[in-house]
Design a protein around this ligand. Structure first.
Ligand code: FES
Length: 148
């Protein structure tokens, strides 16, 4: 965490807030909870509300527990036109959940998200930090079966 703060001028340590939110999220099991946010606020000498304001603004920060594999399906125009609804239905049907839910075994969470900046390879989704593009139902089956 200190390495992130060191990237910024001494009087601008709050600039490390977003990278440190990723660190805290990872260390807290994939989501931001009160102890993690409180720790970060104290570490950066910020108000807890400052940290929550940022955490709640960005969709890449999870505010509740998520599955080990966080599937984020792009629902924006290019992906929608290129088959996102079928992809989403297929994934949710296979996992037995709806968007926004987590499987009972805690393995998968499906979230619908806005454009992930990969419109030229629509439809696409993100699992963790990895992009999966030009999706077909067959590709989705392979991707899900490869998730341990
Ligand atoms: S519309 Fe899906 S990545 Fe942009």
């Amino acid at each position: 965490m200190k390495a992130h703060v060191a990237k910024y001028p001494a009087d601008r340590s709050r600039s490390a807030l977003i990278p440190l939110l990723f660190v805290v999220q990872r260390e807290r099991g994939g989501w931001l909870d009160n102890p993690g946010v409180n720790f970060l606020a104290k570490f950066l000498d910020l108000e807890v509300t400052d940290v929550w304001e940022t955490a709640t603004f960005y969709s890449m920060f999870n505010l509740r527990p998520i599955g080990r594999h966080h599937i984020q399906i792009c629902k924006t125009l290019s992906c929608k036109i290129m088959g996102e609804p079928d992809i989403t239905d297929h994934i949710c049907s296979k996992l037995g959940i709806k968007p926004g839910e987590t499987t009972d075994d805690g393995k998968f969470t499906v979230t619908m998200v806005e454009c992930l900046g990969s419109c030229g390879t629509a439809p696409m989704m993100q699992i963790g930090f990895d992009y999966y593009e030009d999706l077909t139902l067959e590709k989705v089956d392979k991707i899900l079966s490869d998730c341990k």
